[in-house]
Design a protein around this ligand. Structure first.
Ligand code: IVH
Length: 679
C-alpha cells in the first residue's frame, strides 16, 4: 500500500478524492469536450483507485467510476412501467406543416399572430430513446422506451457508457430525477466498428441506429462495454423534491450542470421563422455532425405553456419533428418478385443492382402494389429512383430512365400464388391482390406465426423467421398454438439449433404464456388491428369472450375503429378455424389478467379527472355527475395517475401539482366541449 494512506480513514478519504477527481475529469472530457489532463495522468488516477479498491473491497460502491461493467450476463430485461410515459413526436416534412404547427400553437395559447413563440430547436438524434433515473443523485435505473408506457430495464448496459454519470455533480439536484435522452453510436466509430467486425467475420449493423439499439438490447454488459456508445439528453420525466426552471432550455442547462450531456447544437429561436432558419443551418452541417440525425425538433420553450397545450394520443402538442427529406439514389431494376404477406397480400419487390443509400446498401425495394407499378410505368430493366427514409422499407419512387426497347420487360401479377399456387383474388376497387388460400398458404402461415411471436406481440425470444420457416416447412407447426406443443427433441433436431438454444426457446415459450389481453389481440393478427387498436379493444371489453359476439355497429363505438376494421374483427371471430386456434392457445396456458373496465362502453372509461377552481357554467357536483355519466372517475387529489385536471377560475395547488406532474390540464371551454360528446 502506498505510504500516504496508512490507516483506513485516510484510505477512504483518498478513494473519495480519487473518485471525485475522476468524475470531474470524465465530465470535462465527455460532457464539456474540454479535457483538463493528459490521458496518461487520467489513467494513473484510475489505476490508483482500482488498486486501492482491490486492496479494500469493502470500500467499493456501485457508483465508483471503476464499477461500470458488471460481470455476469443477464437472463432477461425486467420491465418498467412509466409514471410519465415516453412520448413520440409528430412529424412534418413540408414547410407548410411547420407553419401550421405554429398557427395551432398560437390558437391554443390565444396569442395574436404577430407574437413570436419562443422555441427550443434541437437536433433529432437517430438512436435509441432512454430514460435514466437518479435517486439522491445516484443512477438507479436506465430503461428503453418500449411502447412508451412499458420499457425494458437496461441499467447494466447503460452504466457501461462513459458519458453517462453514475452520480450527478453538485448537490442541488432533485431527490428523484428522470432524464430522457437518446443513446447513439457516433458516426466515425460506427464505420470503424463495422469494418473491424466484418474483418473478424462478426455481425455488422446496417446503420448507427441499429448498432446503438443492438448494443443496448443484448444481455451481456461486457459486450455493450466494448461499444463506443454515447448519449444526449433532451428532456425529463418524473422530478421530485425540486422545482426545475420554467424554460425547457434552462432545464437542459440545469441537466448539463449536473453532469448530463446535452448537445451543443441545441438553440433557442424566436418564432417559427427562426426555427426554419435553424433547420437550414443544421441541414447544411448535417454531414459534419458527429452523430446521425434525421431532422430537427422544435419545442415550445415555456414549460407552463407546454402543460397548457397538453398531448394528443402519444405525442405532445407543443413539439414537432421537422424531418429531412428522405435520401434518394438511382439504380437499375434487375428483376421483380412477389412476396406473400401475413394477410396474403402480394407485394411486388424490385431486386435492384445494389446501391448505397445514406450509408446503407439497398438491393431490394418495394413497389407497393400493381396499381403503383402501372401508375409509375415501371418495368424491369428501368433505371429508377430509390428512396430510403429512416427505418422504413426502401421504395421505388419513379422511373429515371426507361430501359431501351427489347430490354424493357413488363411486370406481371402472377396468376397463382408464387408460394402455394392457389388462386389470386383481387377485390374490385382495392389495389391489393391476395393469395386466396389463407392459412393454408405456407407463406401466410409463417408470417402469422412470426407475427404472433414478435416482440410487440407475445415476445417469444429466439423464435425468429429462420426457426419458423423450418418448423412450418417440416410440418411441425401449422399455427401459433402448435408452438406450445413442440418438444425439446423436435427443436434440437432443427438446423443450427443446439440443445441449449432449444431449451432457451422452450423457456421463452413458457414465459410468453403470461401476457396481456392487448398483446394477445394484437398477436392474433386480425387485419387492420395494430397495437393501438388492440389496446383500445382490450380496454373497452376487458376480456376476450365479449369480442366473439361484438357486432360491427358496437365495435365502431371504440376509439380508432371504423367500418373496415370492425368488419375485419367480426369476420375474424366468425371463422371456426380461428376459434380452434384460440382455444388451443388458452388450453396451452396462455393467460392474462382481466382488464378493468370501470364503465364499459363509455367514452371516458378508464380515465380519472380532478376538478379544481370554479366553473362558470356549472357547479362542481354537476360537473362530477356529467363526467361519471361519461364513464370517468372523479378523484379529489392529483397524482401521476390522474388523466386530466379541469381547471376553473382561481385554480390553486391542484393545478400547480398537475403542472409539476405533467398531467393534462383542461380549461373550462375545452371541458364543456368534451362533455358534449355522445354516450
Ligand atoms: S423529445 C415529449 N427531443 O425521437 C417529446 N425526442 O420520433 C419526446 N428524439 O422517441 C421526445 N431527438 O427518441 C425529443 N431532441 C429530441 C430528440 C428526440 C431524438 C427521438 C426520441 C423520440 C423520437 C420521436
Amino acid at each position: 500500500m502506498s505510504e500516504k494512506v496508512k490507516d483506513s480513514q485516510s484510505v477512504l478519504k483518498r478513494i473519495e478524492l480519487l473518485r471525485k477527481k475522476i468524475n470531474e475529469h470524465n465530465y470535462q472530457y465527455h460532457v464539456l469536450d474540454n479535457p483538463q489532463i493528459a490521458d496518461a495522468e487520467y489513467d494513473k488516477l484510475f489505476r490508483e483507485l482500482q488498486l486501492l479498491e482491490t486492496e479494500n473491497p469493502k470500500l467499493i460502491t456501485t457508483d465508483s467510476p471503476t464499477q461500470r461493467v458488471g460481470a455476469e450476463p443477464l437472463k432477461e430485461f425486467p420491465e418498467v412501467e412509466y409514471e410519465i410515459p415516453m412520448l413520440s413526436l409528430e412529424n412534418a416534412f413540408a414547410k407548410d406543416d411547420v407553419l401550421a404547427f405554429d398557427e395551432r400553437i398560437h390558437e391554443r395559447l390565444n396569442l395574436a399572430p404577430e407574437i413570436e413563440v419562443e422555441y427550443s430547436c434541437e437536433p433529432k438524434l437517430d438512436g435509441l430513446a432512454i430514460s435514466l433515473r437518479y435517486e439522491k443523485g445516484i443512477l438507479t435505473r436506465a430503461s428503453t422506451r418500449g411502447d412508451g408506457t412499458t420499457g425494458e430495464v437496461v441499467t447494466e448496459n447503460i452504466r457501461t457508457i462513459k458519458i453517462v454519470p453514475l452520480r450527478l455533480q453538485g448537490d442541488d439536484y432533485p431527490n428523484v430525477l428522470e432524464v430522457r435522452g437518446e443513446v447513439y453510436f457516433p458516426k466515425a466509430s460506427f464505420e470503424k466498428f463495422n469494418a473491424a467486425s466484418f474483418a473478424k467475420g462478426e455481425k455488422t449493423f446496417a446503420n448507427p441506429r441499429n448498432a446503438a439499439a443492438g448494443s443496448i438490447r443484448q444481455l451481456d454488459p461486457r459486450i455493450t462495454a466494448t461499444r463506443p456508445l454515447s448519449l444526449f439528453c433532451y428532456g425529463i420525466g418524473v422530478v421530485e423534491g425540486k422545482k426545475l426552471p420554467e424554460r425547457h432550455s434552462d432545464v437542459l442547462a440545469q441537466l448539463k450542470s449536473w453532469g448530463l450531456p446535452v448537445s451543443k447544437d441545441v438553440t433557442v429561436m424566436p418564432g417559427i421563422e427562426g426555427c426554419l432558419e435553424y433547420y437550414a443551418m443544421i441541414g447544411a452541417k448535417r454531414s459534419a455532425l458527429a452523430y446521425e440525425i434525421d431532422g430537427v425538433v422544435y419545442k415550445v420553450n415555456n414549460t407552463a405553456e407546454q402543460i397548457r397545450l397538453g398531448f394528443v394520443s402519444r405525442a405532445p402538442r407543443w413539439a414537432l419533428a421537422h424531418k429531412f427529406p428522405a435520401q434518394e439514389v438511382k439504380t437499375v431494376i434487375e428483376n421483380v418478385e412477389f412476396q406473400v404477406g401475413r394477410t396474403g397480400a402480394l407485394t411486388p419487390v424490385a431486386r435492384l443492382k445494389p446501391v448505397l443509400v445514406g450509408g446503407v446498401t439497398v438491393s431490394n425495394a418495394t413497389l407497393h402494389n400493381m396499381d403503383e407499378v402501372n401508375r409509375k410505368d415501371i418495368h424491369i430493366g428501368d433505371t429508377v429512383i430509390v428512396r430510403r427514409a429512416g427505418d422504413v422499407i426502401p421504395e421505388v419512387v419513379s422511373v429515371a430512365k426507361a430501359a431501351v426497347k427489347g430490354q424493357r420487360k413488363t411486370i406481371k401479377l402472377p396468376k397463382a400464388c408464387p408460394i402455394c399456387h392457389s388462386a389470386i383474388e383481387q377485390i374490385e376497387d382495392e389495389a391489393i391482390a391476395r393469395c386466396s388460400a389463407g392459412l393454408f398458404c405456407p407463406a401466410q402461415r409463417k408470417e402469422a406465426i412470426r407475427h404472433y411471436a414478435s416482440r410487440r406481440a407475445l415476445d417469444i425470444e429466439g423464435c425468429g423467421e429462420k426457426i419458423i420457416v423450418q418448423l412450418v416447412d417440416e410440418n411441425l407447426i401449422d399455427n401459433p398454438a402448435d408452438l406450445y406443443a413442440l418438444t425439446l427433441e423436435q427443436l434440437a433436431g432443427l438446423e443450427r439449433m443446439a440443445e441449449k438454444s432449444a431449451q432457451n426457446l422452450l423457456d421463452a415459450l413458457e414465459k410468453s404464456k403470461k401476457t396481456t389481453l392487448s398483446r394477445f389481440l394484437y398477436a392474433l393478427g386480425i387485419r387492420e388491428v395494430g397495437e393501438a387498436t388492440a389496446k383500445n379493444l382490450a380496454k373497452y371489453y376487458g376480456d376476450l369472450p365479449p369480442l366473439f359476439t361484438a357486432t360491427e355497429e358496437s365495435l365502431q363505438e371504440i376509439e380508432d375503429v371504423g367500418p373496415v376494421v370492425a368488419r375485419h374483427i367480426v369476420s375474424f371471430f366468425s371463422e371456426e378455424h380461428n376459434h380452434k386456434v384460440i382455444d388451443k392457445l388458452l388450453q396451452a396456458g396462455v393467460h392474462w389478467e382481466k382488464v378493468k373496465t370501470s364503465a364499459k362502453a363509455l367514452p371516458l372509461a378508464g380515465q380519472t379527472f380532478v376538478l379544481t377552481g370554479s366553473l362558470a357554467a356549472m357547479s362542481r357536483e354537476e360537473a362530477k355527475e356529467k363526467l361519471e355519466n361519461l364513464g370517468a372517475k372523479v378523484a379529489g387529489s392529483v397524482s401521476a395517475k390522474t388523466s386530466v385536471v379541469v381547471a376553473g377560475a382561481e385554480a390553486g395547488s391542484k393545478l400547480a401539482k398537475a403542472k409539476k406532474l405533467n398531467v393534462q390540464v383542461m380549461e373550462e371551454e375545452a371541458f364543456l366541449a368534451l362533455l358534449k360528446q355522445p354516450t
